[in-house]
Design a protein around this ligand. Structure first.
Ligand code: LLP
Length: 433
C-alpha cells in the first residue's frame, strides 16, 4: 500500500500535487506520505495483536522529527543506535522506556545517557560491552536492563552489505556461546537480564529465513528465560519491501500490481511467526525500519540536461548520490517515474547526478518516458535509508523534506544553507593573514 498515484497525468502524494511541491520547495526534495507511514505501522501492529508486543521502529531508516512524531503518536517504540538517535526520540515526544539501544560500539557516555533516561534495554553485542554497561550502571547505582544479541548464523539471502546474521559479520554473539555469556552476565551485579535479541539482515522478501531463525532461537530463549526470568524476546527488523513494481504495456501500473509479485506482507510474517513465539509467553519486540517508511517516501528531482553520446541517452538530474546513495552503494533498484505523465514514447536512458563519480547514477539502461530540461522525475521507495544517508559530498546541501497529510503539506526539513556546510570548519592561525 502507498499513497502516491496519478491524478490525471500528475503524480500526487495523497491529495497534494508533487509538481506543486517541487515548485514551492525546490528540488531535490523528499516527499513523505503520513498516511502510508501510519498504515504500514498499523498493519504490522494489528497482525501482531495476538501477542503482547512492541514495535520498536528502527529510526536509522528515517529519523526526521515529523516521521518520528507520527510514529510516537501511534505508540511506536524505537530502535536507537546512538545518543543522537535517543535524543531525537525524546525531542519527537517518544519515551526512552520504549527504546532499545543497539550497535556494536556504544561508548561509555552513550550508555550513561541511555541509563539516566531509563532505556528499556541495551541489545548487547559483545562480552566487553556487558562489562562496560555493568561498570557504568554501578557508578550510577542502577541496574541496566540488557538482552544479548544472538547471531543465529542464518543466511538471510539478501545483499551482502546488509546481511547481519552469519558468522561472517561483526554483529551479535555466536549462538553456541550465548548460554555462557548469560551465565557470566548473571554474575554482574548491576545488570538485569531482561531479554534476548536477534536481527538477521535487511530487505528480506521471504519469510523462510525469519522462520528458520525464530525456530532456532525460541528453544534457547525458553531455556534462558526459565533461568533468568526474561521480559521479552526481540526478533529484529528486516521485513523487505517491493522496489520493482510490475511493468505493464502502456506504462507503469506502479505498486498496484505488487500483490501479484512475491512480497512479504505483515499477515504472512505474523501467520508464520506468531504461533512459534506465542508459547514463550514473553513480550515480543520487533525492529522494522524499511517496512514502515520505505514506500512512504519519494525523492523528487529536476531534469537539468539530456545528453546523447554515441551509445547512450543520459538524463542528468539535480539529485545525486549524496542525496540517495543506495544505487551507488548497493546497486539498488529504485523505480523512476515522471511527475507529469505525457505521451511521447520511451527511450532507454541512464539517469545520473551531477557528482564527479561514475558511481553517481540512479538507473542504467532503463526504459523511461522521454523527458527534457525542467521536467520532474520521482525516485520511488526512497523513504528508508534515503535522506538519512545523505552527505555533503561535492559541497552539496542536504535536501529538503516535506510531509503530506491529506490535502495539507509541510516542510519538515528545510534545505540546508550552503554556508552551513562549512560553518564548523576553522582556519588555523598560520593560514590567517
Ligand atoms: N535492527 C537492527 C539491529 C538493524 O541493524 C537494522 C538495520 C534494523 C533493525 C532495521 O532493518 P530494516 O527493518 O530497515 O531492514 N542502508 C541499508 C540498510 C541497512 C540496515 C542496517 N540495519 C539499505 O539502504 O538498504
Amino acid at each position: 500500500m502507498h499513497d502516491f498515484s496519478y491524478v490525471g497525468s500528475e503524480l500526487h502524494c495523497e491529495g497534494v500535487s508533487v509538481k506543486a511541491l517541487a515548485q514551492r520547495h525546490g528540488t531535490p526534495l523528499y516527499v513523505y506520505s503520513q498516511h502510508t507511514l501510519t498504515d504500514h505501522f498499523q498493519k504490522l501492529d494489528r497482525a501482531l495483536s495476538p501477542l503482547s508486543h512492541l514495535i520498536c521502529y528502527a529510526m536509522k531508516a528515517n529519523s526526521n522529527q515529523a516521521v518520528m512524531r507520527t510514529l510516537a503518536g501511534l505508540g511506536s517504540g524505537f530502535d536507537v543506535v546512538s545518543e543522537g538517535e535517543l535524543r531525537r526520540v525524546l525531542a519527537a515526544g517518544g519515551k526512552a522506556a520504549q527504546c532499545v539501544f543497539a550497535g556494536v560500539g556504544k561508548t561509555e557516555q552513550e550508555i550513561e545517557f541511555a541509563l539516566k533516561e531509563g532505556i528499556y534495554s541495551f541489545n548487547v553485542e559483545s562480552e566487553p560491552e556487558l562489562e562496560r554497561i555493568n561498570r557504568v550502571a554501578e557508578r550510577l547505582k542502577r541496574k541496566a536492563p540488557i538482552a544479548v544479541r544472538v547471531n543465529p548464523n542464518i543466511d538471510a539471502h539478501t545483499h551482502a552489505k546488509i546481511t547481519t546474521g552469519t558468522y561472517e559479520n561483526k554483529f551479535g554473539i555466536a549462538f553456541e556461546k550465548v548460554e555462557s555469556v548469560y551465565a557470566r552476565a548473571s554474575k554482574l551485579k548491576n545488570l538485569k537480564l531482561a531479554g534476548i535479541q536477534m536481527h538477521i539482515g535487511s530487505q528480506l522478501t521471504d519469510v523462510a529465513p525469519f522462520e528458520q531463525a525464530v525456530r532456532k532461537l525460541v528453544p534457547l530463549a525458553a531455556k534462558l528465560s526459565a533461568k533468568y526470568g526474561f521480559e521479552f524476546i526481540s526478533i529484529g527488523g528486516g521485513i523487505g519491501i517491493v522496489y520493482q513494481p510490475a511493468l505493464e504495456s502502456g506504462g507503469l501500473t506502479w505498486w498496484k500490481t505488487t500483490a501479484a509479485r512475491k512480497i512479504l506482507t505483515p499477515s504472512v510474517y505474523a501467520t508464520t511467526l506468531v504461533p512459534l513465539l506465542q508459547p514463550l509467553g514473553l513480550r515480543v519486540l520487533l525492529e522494522p525500519g524499511r517496512f514502515i517508511v520505505g514506500n512512504a517516501g519519494i525523492l523528487v528531482t529536476r531534469v537539468e540536461y539530456v545528453k546523447r553520446t554515441g551509445k547512450k541517452n543520459f538524463v542528468i538530474v539535480d539529485a545525486a548520490m549524496n542525496d540517495l546513495i543506495r544505487p551507488a552503494f548497493y546497486d539498488s533498484y529504485h523505480e523512476i517515474v515522471p511527475v507529469q505523465n505525457r505521451s511521447g514514447g520511451r527511450v532507454s536512458s541512464d539517469v545520473v547526478g551531477p557528482i564527479c563519480e561514475s558511481g553517481d547514477y540512479f538507473a542504467k539502461d532503463r526504459s523511461l518516458p522521454k523527458v527534457g530540461e525542467g521536467d520532474y522525475l520521482a525516485l520511488l521507495s526512497a523513504g528508508a535509508y534515503g535522506s538519512v544517508m545523505g552527505s555533503n559530498y561535492n559541497s552539496r546541501a542536504l535536501a529538503a523534506e516535506v510531509l503530506v497529510h491529506g490535502k495539507e503539506s509541510a516542510l519538515v526539513r528545510q534545505r540546508q544553507e550552503l554556508a552551513d556546510i562549512w560553518k564548523g570548519e576553522r582556519t588555523p592561525p598560520w593560514l590567517k593573514k
